[in-house]
Design a protein around this ligand. Structure first.
Ligand code: PMP
Length: 390
């Protein structure tokens, strides 16, 4: 029998013969993380057994949901804050305040790290978002401002509001405190965090051998940073954008222009809202962080809500992996990539990202999927069939 200690985290695959103990069981080796920040990154690269066996390729996923804030945004939040400190725009325990407009994981990561480094986080979000999200941020010690939903051109739109709040605080002569606008979409510390950490980790964990990288884009920081890093050493790597329905990025990658099904139907009227149940990825504008790596992305694959829901079910049923919507989109895109290119049984190694856990998506994505109970019947064919119907 395989010893439990060899199966657990820290054991490399060559330790499975029992010859060597994983480092955390070696008595003379200290392994201590320095605070919350010390727990960020160095996430495991996980072989997804079901997909690998079905496709005859090695499907590996970076388990970013294991970051302390539950997503890759921990890396980004830390990178943005460290850069601001370096530039003297944030000073610990000085009353300086960080502002961001976000409805997602970035707020959670910023709230955690701000507290760890002596800042208040002030998060602006639209009031139509679930109370679950704002309550979590309040418990993490952030100030939350819920504002009436407004178009991006409106001064009171949540991102614009966060920016103006930061400017107001800095300009306020009654206090020496400064406001800092994190600006995850345009702040290039975002893709650089992935260039400096996620990319090198994947390259090392793969022993320098991988054939394709697949990821979605919300700000574009992950895909730009990782692909920019990997292509320096692996110029033949196939880099694929996984794009949910309604997002305009697919056409930007494929044809160099920003339009989507909705804007086509409605003429030139721009829709910034993406019509999908998937959260965190899919966008209808090109951000600085997406632009940073755009030319290195080889192709894009469309994924429907239906396909993403079935994939999320499949991963629980087959692998016990409980993932959020963007992770499911990534995995559907991996399957479609292999099928489209005829890579079945080629043993190619494809890396993707498991961004966050299903527990962040109970009230929307997983509410639509429903309970799995004792069922064990979702197949890849079901997922592909759902794609054909679109
Ligand atoms: N998945 C989830 C759950 C996210 O919150 C985000 C970030 N918005 C992404 C994926 C995409 O990451 P990026 O912003 O680096 O493109």
């Amino acid at each position: 029998p395989i010893a439990l200690q060899n199966l657990l985290a820290g054991a490399s695959s060559d330790a499975l013969d029992g010859a060597s103990l994983p480092s955390f069981l070696q008595p003379d080796k200290e392994d201590i993380k320095n605070g919350l920040e010390g727990c960020i990154g160095n996430t495991p690269l996980v072989r997804i057994r079901s997909l690998s066996e079905y496709l005859g390729c090695e499907v590996l996923a970076k388990a970013e949901f294991l970051n302390p804030g539950g997503s890759p945004k921990d890396r980004v939040a830390l990178s943005i804050i460290l850069k601001a400190e370096e530039e003297g725009r944030l000073r610990p325990f000085s009353g300086d305040k960080l502002f961001e407009g976000t409805v997602g994981s970035t707020g959670v990561s910023l709230a955690h790290i701000c507290r760890a480094r002596g800042y208040l986080a002030h998060i602006c979000m639209p009031s139509d978002q679930s109370l679950e999200k704002s309550n979590l941020l309040l418990k993490l010690g952030a100030v939350v401002e819920r504002v009436t939903p407004a178009p991006i051109v409106d001064r009171k739109q949540f991102v614009n509001l966060a920016k103006s709040r930061a400017i107001e605080l800095t300009a306020d002569c009654s206090t020496p405190a400064r406001g800092f606008f994190a600006d995850q979409f345009e702040n290039e510390a975002n893709w650089k965090a992935h260039f400096e950490t996620t990319g090198p980790e994947i390259y090392r964990q793969c022993g320098k051998k991988l054939d394709a990288f697949v990821a979605g884009a919300g700000t574009g920081g992950t895909i730009s940073g990782v692909v920019k890093y990997l292509k320096q050493y692996l110029p033949n790597l196939t880099a694929i954008l996984a794009d949910p329905q309604g997002s305009g990025l697919l056409n930007k990658v494929k044809y160099g222009v920003m339009f989507n099904e909705i804007t086509e139907r409605e003429g030139t009227r721009r829709r910034s809202q993406v019509d999908t149940i998937v959260e965190g990825i899919g966008i209808n504008r090109v951000t600085a962080n997406f632009e940073a790596g755009r030319e290195l992305i080889d192709d894009a694959i469309r994924v429907s809500d239906e396909e993403a829901c079935l994939m999320a079910r499949y991963l629980v049923e087959q692998d016990g992996l409980f993932v959020g919507s963007s992770s499911a989109v990534n995995c559907v895109a991996v399957v479609k990539l292999v099928k489209e290119r005829g890579w079945e049984n080629s043993n190619r190694r494809i890396v993707t990202i498991l961004c966050d856990s299903g527990s962040r998506h109970l009230s929307k994505f997983w509410a639509k999927i429903g309970d799995i109970g004792g069922r064990w019947d979702t197949t890849i064919e079901d997922i592909l069939k759902a794609g054909e119907q679109k």
